[in-house]
Design a protein around this ligand. Structure first.
Ligand code: ADP
Ligand code: MG
Length: 317
């Protein structure tokens, strides 16, 4: 049954691999001279999605969050494997899941070359491999005092959608419809990450919230940062709810944005703008890296904002 399932749902042509699905291992020939970037994020039912979620959306997001890690490294996506535990063999569910997954894969030129399928509570892990020229990967440790802090796209939408879903915030239905796609169908910023090679001094993808994730960069780089709250890019619908503490929290510390937060020297502003344009993604300057450690968020008068939460902690009670 398992073999059939794999053949039906997860076996596609893989011209970018020496050998794809069907043997004990896949065989891959990396481009000579390139470094491999490897990452995997796991998604669990109940924690990262619920049983009612659309299977195509689960397929999309499972791969998107892993592509987002490659994006944050400036790597070009090449290959992925899929380890999946399924409670039952549900052909309709699998067909839709595979459709969402392969759509995302085709969009970014990544090939599914193998995996493992087993019975169990729905759990998905998608190790991804990308390529990056030596010396240009966007690491967390490279931020320098005086660098600008940038973020791509809009932030806070996915967390606001989740707060709405969990009943922590009332929203008009029409407003909810504007933020729900950010939660269920995130866009990994792959092209932007590649375009920022040689320009950004550091980068991270926002999965657990701006303050917490930027905090990782600051820690690794041994620097601090000051962000101006009013410059943080948010959808108008998020602005509309900003009088609610939970909405401010979503912007600063909400997870699931999958935008890139990166630093670059002030002298590279034009290069950053050109990279963003070539990638078709808006980017916004949101603050400055400081020599003194610590992360401050200030209002338009330069007064520090009080921050309650800083990010999503997977091990918090
Ligand atoms: P093995 O017993 O050697 O682990 P499997 O029967 O688990 O082999 O898998 C057979 C082939 O199908 C292998 O090439 C494996 O990589 C691939 N495969 C298994 N599950 C998946 C999946 N969900 N997606 C893609 N390829 C898969
Ligand atoms: Mg196996």
């Amino acid at each position: 049954m398992e073999f059939d399932l794999i053949a039906r749902h997860f076996t596609r042509a893989t011209p970018g691999a020496v050998l794809g699905v069907g043997d004990d291992c896949a065989l891959l020939a990396p481009t000579p001279g390139m470094q491999l970037a490897v990452s995997s994020d796991m998604l669990l039912e109940g924690r990262h999605f619920s049983p009612q979620d659309s299977p195509a959306g689960i397929g999309h997001k499972s791969l998107a969050v892993n592509l987002s890690d490659l994006a944050a490294m400036g790597a070009t996506p090449r290959w992925a494997t899929l380890a999946i535990a399924l409670p039952e063999e549900n052909d309709a569910w699998l067909t839709a899941f595979a459709r969402g997954l392969f759509r995302m894969a085709d969009m970014h030129g990544i090939e599914l070359v193998g995996g493992d399928t087993t019975r169990g509570a729905l759990t998905i892990s998608i190790p991804v491999l990308g390529e990056v020229p030596p010396g240009v990967a966007l690491r967390r440790a490279g931020a320098q005092a005086g660098d600008d802090v940038w973020v791509s796209g809009m932030i806070g939408s996915a967390a606001l959608a989740l707060a709405y879903r969990q009943g922590r915030l009332f929203m008009e239905q029409i407003d909810a419809a504007r933020v729900l796609p950010a939660l269920y169908l995130p866009t990994p910023r792959v092209e932007l990450g590649i375009a920022l090679r040689g320009i950004a001094t550091s980068a991270i993808d926002l999965s657990d919230g701006l303050l917490g994730d930027l905090g990782h960069v600051l820690e690794r780089s041994g620097v601090g940062a000051t962000l101006e709250f009013s410059t943080l890019p948010t959808l108008p619908v998020v602005q509309h709810y900003l009088h609610e503490a939970v909405a401010r929290d979503c912007v600063l510390a909400g997870g699931d944005d999958y935008e890139l937060c990166f630093t670059a020297p002030a002298g590279k502003r034009d290069a950053v703008t050109a990279a963003a344009q070539s990638a078709g993604v808006p980017v916004t300057r949101i603050g400055l890296i400081t020599a003194e450690p610590g992360l401050a968020v200030i209002d338009t008068n330069g007064q520090p904002l009080t921050i309650e939460r800083t990010g999503y902690d997977h091990f918090a009670a």
